[in-house]
Design a protein around this ligand. Structure first.
Ligand SMILES: [Zn+2]
Length: 333
């Protein structure tokens, strides 16, 4: 994520599409020459809606040309349970649209706009995989997710006129996390805020992971060859520090200082919000929430939606100080 904050661009331009004009703020509007440029005929807008634009998606070794709207429907369907409240799905649609625009803006890829790798751009599910996943609910769920995308057509989040890095995660317990505690950059809109998840509303909000002392020692030694483990396992882990959001920011294990996020990854914990205890032959981690904890909490959004919050309220809550902007219709040739 370190390279995500590179230079900012004045325009959002789809690599193979006509320029999209940002409605707000005014200084982001392209100049007259750019506005008057004819749209390339190879990538026409399907309709006058901003999301009708064609994008190029790299997936499974092929590059698909699909509308931004269809892409976003497949992304929201892949990233959030379709059973969630409609306002939560709309919040996810706007977050996913914003994240896609952010990646396009930063020219993450050459030769295509976005990829379907969840570790890079976003997960994307096509009709076939959704039919398999949803079974008899396919028609109802697909039209629900599609309506979440279409009813927020072109809406995205900005900070100082640029699309934000709209990070999101599954669930937090207590608070979300400020960006600098997970990645290197402190982003003004990715601040720790309280999140409403409770165990009765989120399946597996609390989980435990048991690691045998042997596996604990071997896994750490493999990753950090300088790690040393004395005869007393009670001294293997020490100096846990917690962030304001309640996640382990750093600790010392086997004499090596590492971040909570690194330990999370090494032992497959669902989040870095953990405590631990020693049993006779094992270290037992008690973990809260799921994901890095930065930005929108999906389960938190669903709880807010169930209590009457709109998608705008949800987004403005989890992304501090952002503006809600809208892509304008395509430039006229
Ligand atoms: Zn990608």
């Amino acid at each position: 994520m370190k390279n995500l904050l590179i230079t900012s661009f004045l325009l959002i331009i789809f690599s193979f599409s006509a320029p999209l004009i940002i409605a707000k703020p005014i200084e982001s509007l392209p100049d007259a020459a750019e506005r008057n440029k004819p749209a390339p005929s190879a990538s026409p807008a399907l309709s006058s809606s901003p999301d009708g634009r064609i994008i190029k998606l790299s997936r499974g070794g092929a590059v698909l040309s699909i509308s931004f709207s269809e892409y976003l429907t497949g992304v929201v369907a892949a990233e959030m349970p379709a059973s969630f409240g409609i306002e939560a799905l709309k919040a996810q649609a706007v977050a996913s649209r914003t994240y896609a625009l952010y990646n396009i803006n930063h020219k993450k890829h050459a030769g295509f706009d976005l990829c379907a790798d969840p570790a890079c751009c976003s997960a994307y599910a096509d009709h076939n995989s959704l039919r398999e996943k949803w079974g008899p609910n396919f028609d109802a769920y697909y039209s629900k997710v599609k309506s979440a995308v279409e009813s927020t057509d072109g809406i995205y989040l900005t900070w100082e006129g640029e699309p934000i890095l709209a990070a999101f995660h599954s669930s937090s317990y207590g608070s979300t996390e400020s960006s600098e505690n997970v990645w290197s950059s402190a982003l003004p809109y990715l601040r720790s805020v309280q999140s409403p998840e409770t165990a009765d509303k989120v399946t597996n909000l609390f989980t435990t992971v048991k690691v045998s002392l042997k596996d604990f020692r071997e896994t750490l030694s493999k990753k950090y060859p300088s790690a040393e483990f004395g005869p007393d396992p009670a001294k293997w882990i020490s100096s846990l520090m917690y962030s304001e959001g309640g996640r382990v920011s750093e600790l010392v294990a086997g004499g090596v200082r590492l971040s909570g996020a690194e330990l999370r990854q090494l032992f497959g914990l669902r989040s870095a919000a953990f405590t631990y205890r020693l049993e006779k032959d094992a270290v037992v981690f008690s973990v809260a929430g799921y994901g890095h904890g930065v930005g929108l909490s999906q389960y938190g959004a669903n709880i807010m939606a169930s209590k009457g919050s709109s998608y705008e309220q949800i987004l403005k809550y989890y992304y501090s100080g952002v503006q809600i902007s809208r892509l304008s219709d395509s430039a006229k040739p």
